[in-house]
Design a protein around this ligand. Structure first.
Ligand code: NAD
Length: 570
């Protein structure tokens, strides 16, 4: 269909295609709309199919921005941008890269959460591929056919069971995959021609969807147990067969599935789960930055996680690694960690504890000197008071869980408490940054899960960092793809955290936000990609033989830059 011609440095010179007229304009990767040149209009039978004015990319961008601003609400903006995305890839990504701050909350969290809920009612056209449990016999053929036509470097897959903080949205999860893919492309320049979003449709347990006559997914309860595991295995085997070098990103799987899948497949191919690993990398970077900036030591800190699910325990695992890397034994580090779930502090005599919570479960012996009301349900406030917590993180989706007594106790425990209410969307957040600032006299070092407006306190404006995974997952993906990494190791994850921490504005002043502004995500992503690619090579996990000095060039060559290139007849 088309061939990209590059120079010896890997930069695109021209694109050759056999498509013409409407077929060409209907291909979003090749479409230029009003920017097709006079020569291209001659060569590709485009006269009469476009207004006579030949525009530049920059004049198209001005119009898009005006139209974007005219949309009344965020969901309309989301629909507008998705329509642009489906018609002109270059214009869409150029626009997004110029307006990252405004665009990320629209194509990704929080607005994408609304889009997911309205997936079936707002459905316009299919995007990506849908692999339904009942059609699994066709799965290998579907993936094989794609492999024959397209080079795929990157797959993002969801089963829509645990979307953001809003639960099971079945086939609507596809919008998350697409939104996340957009963030990969906007921030890191993953090539949109080589990506594939996949929805594994295993049904839904959301009765509202099952009862909705518009619902487009499979109308049956979720497939579970062995049948589910076999379906996932079939998918991974087919992916490995048809796309041997692919980077496979798992998105929004349910708590138990997410962990089991990652543990089963992380040594078999280069694979990553953002809910479990991405958030952990950002949160760890925040902890590293805050500890350094406050000139405290890791041994000065006690960490409490409220909401010990997929993200919560994934985050704790990585912060634990950072504590161990600072010189503690695993036991010494674990002694400083506390997790709280629905039944209060997780204690090792609780029945049916999931494996991933067990390392953090406290023994009754450790709590014998604690002042507690109800041994069967030890509250967050009691943990913060008794453990003298200094770092508090929320992944519970419980709005307002970090109340004033809890937060003020944190501020009594340490001069600069680190508080990260990470639950999305804002309506599920454990505390508002405004309250955290007011209740701690602006001493709390804060990162939230979603964007929040700056807070003015005693005449000073505080920017609120969004613990946005967009600082991490795009660069990890780009780095891995650039060197064709065979797996995503703990070492690659650790250097990603360190690299992000090195960009923290806290290093200039402890009153600055902990994370850089989101419009720096492209710069951070590039640095993360280079660090991750170097680490993959160092650990012998790259199928490319490259010297460390050549890694930056490999990363540059792997990046796609949104621009119009001359089109020639194939
Ligand atoms: P999850 O369902 O796996 O985990 C939520 C956990 O909270 C569960 O273990 C649940 O039992 C627990 N919980 C619920 N009510 C509770 C209560 N009253 N007290 C204590 N614990 C309670 O979901 P997840 O994937 O881990 O996501 C959790 C939240 O974190 C979501 O809002 C999600 O959007 C957010 N998150 C944010 C980021 C980010 O900021 N970048 C990334 C991933 C997830």
């Amino acid at each position: 269909m088309f061939k990209v011609i590059t120079n010896k440095d890997g930069q695109t010179q021209e694109i050759q295609t056999s498509l013409s007229a409407h077929e060409l304009m209907d291909n979003p990767l090749l479409n230029k709309g009003t920017a097709f040149s006079k020569e291209e209009r001659d060569a590709f039978d485009l006269h009469g199919k476009l207004p006579i004015q030949v525009e530049s990319l920059s004049s198209q961008l001005m119009r898009v921005y005006r139209q974007f601003q005219e949309k009344n609400d965020n969901i309309q903006k989301n629909i507008f941008l998705n329509t642009l995305h489906d018609s002109n890839t270059t214009l869409f990504y150029k626009f997004c890269s110029q307006h990252i701050d405004e665009v990320l909350p629209i194509v990704y969290t929080p607005t994408v959460g609304d889009a997911v809920e309205q997936y079936s009612s707002e459905f316009r056209r299919p995007a990506g591929i849908y692999l339904a449990y009942d059609e699994q016999k066709q799965m290998d053929m579907i993936l094989g056919n794609i492999a024959k036509k397209q080079q795929i470097d990157f797959i993002i897959v969801t089963d829509g069971e645990a979307v953001l903080g809003i639960g099971d949205w079945g086939i609507g999860g596809m919008d998350i995959s697409i939104g996340k893919l957009m963030v990969y492309i906007i921030c890191a320049g993953i090539n949109p021609a080589n990506v594939l979003p996949v929805q594994l449709d295993v049904g839904t347990n959301n009765q509202k969807l099952l009862d909705d006559p518009m619902y487009l997914g499979a109308r049956h309860p979720r497939i579970t147990g062995k049948k589910y595991d076999q379906f996932i295995e079939k998918f991974v085997m087919s992916v490995k067969k048809h796309f041997p070098n692919v980077y496979l990103h798992w998105e929004d799987f349910g708590r138990d599935h997410a962990r089991a899948i990652l543990e089963t497949y992380r040594d078999q191919l280069c694979t990553f789960n953002d809910d479990m690993q991405g958030t952990g990398i950002v949160a760890t970077a925040n902890v590293i930055s805050a500890i350094r900036a406050t000139q405290t030591k890791f041994t000065d800190h006690k960490v409490v996680m409220f909401g010990a699910g997929t993200a919560g325990c994934g985050i704790m695992d990585q912060i634990l690694d950072a504590f161990i890397a600072s010189g503690m034994t695993r036991k010494q580090a674990l002694d400083r960690f506390y997790i709280i779930d629905r039944f209060g502090l997780v204690v090792d005599d609780m029945p049916d504890l999931p494996d991933f919570q067990k390392p953090y479960a406290k023994s009754r012996k450790e709590l014998k000197n604690w002042n507690i009301n109800n041994q069967e349900n030890i509250s967050l406030l009691e943990v913060v008071q008794n453990a003298k917590a200094t770092i508090l993180i929320g992944c519970s989706t419980v709005k307002g869980a970090f109340n004033k007594p809890i937060v003020t106790t944190m501020a009594q425990n340490i001069e600069r408490p680190i508080i990260m209410p990470l639950s999305n969307p804002n309506s599920h957040c454990e505390a508002t940054p405004e309250d955290l600032i007011n209740w701690t006299n602006a001493k709390a070092i804060i990162a939230a899960g979603s964007p929040f407006e700056p807070v003015v306190y005693q005449g000073k404006t505080y920017q609120i960092s969004q613990g946005n995974n967009a600082f991490i997952f795009p660069g990890l993906g780009l780095g891995a793809i650039a060197v064709k990494a065979t797996k995503m190791s703990d070492g690659m994850i650790r250097v990603a955290s360190e690299t992000l921490a090195s960009f923290s504005p806290l290093h200039q002043s402890v009153n600055n936000p902990v994370l850089p502004p989101i419009h720096d995500a492209t710069i951070v992503s590039k640095a993360v990609a280079i660090a991750v690619a170097k680490q993959a090579i160092k650990e012998g996990l790259s199928s490319i033989k490259a010297k460390e000095a050549d890694v930056e060039k490999l990363v540059n060559n792997a990046q796609w830059i949104p621009d119009y290139y001359p089109l020639k007849k194939q």
